[in-house]
Design a protein around this ligand. Structure first.
Ligand code: NAP
Length: 481
């Protein structure tokens, strides 16, 4: 209750020790361009030390009962909640999202800690009816061992707790390499974990600008038995290959290209609200953001106008300013990508209905944009926009909508809006995605499985499935009966 964003550490955390380094890198507030802190630029050798620490801590942590581990996790959860305002402010300052969204993410991030503290107690094995009178069969669940986690900047707390909480609940120890743009939230979480009584070496944070070098060490070391990664498909594929030599278990939460289909029998107000929530949250920088809004011909113009009216009401500005609901993009590369996708779309016949340019709020701000006349030859249809641009494609038949939606190597989230339960159900079944929102633009929480199919990844986070990712199943045969 008493911390401020300045009270959180700027040192890395290995083996229960706060680690400094002469070599440091700056953390920049994307709304102002100002340095807000400097953190250690650790090396591959430091990553190896973190693996040493996590390996040393493993026997004692994994030998605790699930109930004992749950008590520690529960304290961590309560400390996160107690310091939620300071954490939210810290997040807005390094990531840029509006304070209301940061507060939401802190609560969302904490929910995984609460959920897995409880769920760890339910890592049940099975007894299996025997096939021989002299034998008995059982399975037990055991922690997989040392885990490495590599996380992105767009959800600097939730993408860490969604991995660390199930790992710790299962009895694993973990090394987190947070994104270079948002290391402070990771260090703040480690500070609160230390306060909660997480033992030295159980949770380590390696801050670095050398993502490739540190990543290579984490993948190559045979003591690390699992890699969990959230980030781009491009980097995910590199890590997948790098983990082959040590045959690690993998969770990959990768990029998306979410379709959001609006059928002509949708409740239009609901569809606009759903599209707004899915598209413009975090300035369009989420892996489940609607990337392609696929609208039936009869309501296309009406929907485009209604969406543009709603988009124009968004208040663009620094996330820390009251009333703002669209913050900056993370960095100059992100702005350049949105500009190049827009230029390509307009050159190929797209029409800017609203927005379509940088915002006067600052160099990293882009106006909420609605683009109509989008066709499948445009790059904006095949690439992740990661910015506040709604790209509207027209369709005629249900079959065409599903074919358009599935015409991508990605398969993370999909959305559809229809008041006809039969049409909605059939479409939900046919969509090639790990998650489908029906008449709903936001669906993620701690009790449901999050993850993708096709090139959007492997495995699931959250829910009972999220704990399974950190467990091995051991079969024991009791013979000589
Ligand atoms: P990214 O460039 O892939 O970076 C993700 C993490 O990987 C960062 O910590 C990054 O470090 C690190 N990294 C980069 N190159 C690496 C390498 N060669 N070896 C090891 N680590 C490496 O992705 P991003 O731009 O941060 O995040 C946006 C992407 O994440 C989007 O595609 C989005 O869809 C996806 N995402 C997916 C989910 C999901 O659950 N499916 C959730 C959120 C985001 P540096 O920061 O130092 O570069």
């Amino acid at each position: 209750m008493d911390m401020t964003p300045d009270d959180f550490p700027t040192s890395a955390y290995i083996g229960g020790t706060w680690v400094t380094s002469k070599d440091q890198f700056a953390v920049i507030n994307p709304a102002t361009g100002l340095d807000i802190a400097r953190v250690p630029n650790l090396t591959p050798a430091d990553a190896r030390r973190a693996i040493d620490a996590a390996s040393a801590a493993l026997p004692e942590w994994s030998a605790k009962t699930a109930k004992e581990r749950a008590a520690v996790l529960r304290r961590w959860y309560e400390l996160i909640l107690a310091e939620s305002e300071a954490l939210a402010q810290l997040m807005t300052s390094e990531q840029g999202k509006p304070l209301a969204e940061s507060r939401g993410e802190v609560a969302y991030g904490a929910s995984f800690v609460e959920w897995f503290a409880e769920e760890g107690k339910r890592a049940y094995g099975r007894t299996i009816p025997t096939t021989a009178a002299t034998k008995r069969y059982i399975t037990i669940k055991q922690p997989i061992g040392v885990v490495a986690a590599i996380t992105p900047w767009n959800f600097p707390i939730a993408m860490i707790t969604r991995k660390v909480a199930p790992a710790l609940a299962a009895g694993c120890t973990i090394i987190v390499k947070p994104a270079e743009d948002t290391p402070l939230c990771a260090l703040a979480l480690a500070k609160l974990a230390e306060k909660a009584g997480v033992p030295a070496g159980v949770f380590n944070v390696v801050t670095t600008q050398d993502a490739r070098g540190v990543g290579e060490v984490l993948c190559a070391d045979g003591r690390v038995r699992k890699l969990t990664f959230t980030g781009s498909t491009e980097v995910g594929k590199i890590l997948y290959r790098q983990c082959a030599d040590t045959v690690k278990k993998l969770t990959l939460e990768l990029g998306g290209n979410a379709p959001l289909i609006i059928f002509d029998d949708a409740d239009l107000d609901q569809a606009v609200a759903g599209a707004m929530a899915s598209k413009y949250r975090n300035a369009g920088q989420t892996c489940v953001c609607a990337n392609r809004i696929i609208v039936q011909a009869g309501i296309y113009d009406h929907f485009a106008t209604a969406l543009a009216v709603a988009a124009e009401k968004l208040v663009v500005g620094p996330g820390a300013t009251a009333g703002v609901n669209l913050g900056p993009l993370i960095n100059a590369d992100a702005v350049a990508k949105v500009e190049s996708l827009m230029a390509d779309a307009v050159a190929k016949g797209g029409t800017v209905k609203t927005g379509g340019a940088k915002d006067a709020a600052g160099s990293l701000f882009y106006k909420p944009t609605v683009l109509t006349g989008v066709t499948t030859d445009m790059d904006i249809v095949s690439q992740e926009i990661f910015g506040p641009v709604a790209a509207l494609i027209k369709f005629e038949t249900d079959e065409e909508a599903i074919a358009l939606a599935n015409n991508t190597p990605f398969g993370l989230a999909a959305y559809l809006f229809s008041q006809n339960i039969h049409r909605a159900w059939k479409a939900a079944e046919k969509l090639e995605a790990g998650m489908v929102g029906v008449n709903e633009g936001i669906f993620s929480n701690e009790v449901v499985p999050f993850g993708g199919v096709k090139e959007s990844g492997l495995g699931r986070e959250g829910a009972a499935e999220g704990l399974e990712e950190y467990l091995e199943t051991k079969f024991i045969c009791l013979g000589g009966m």
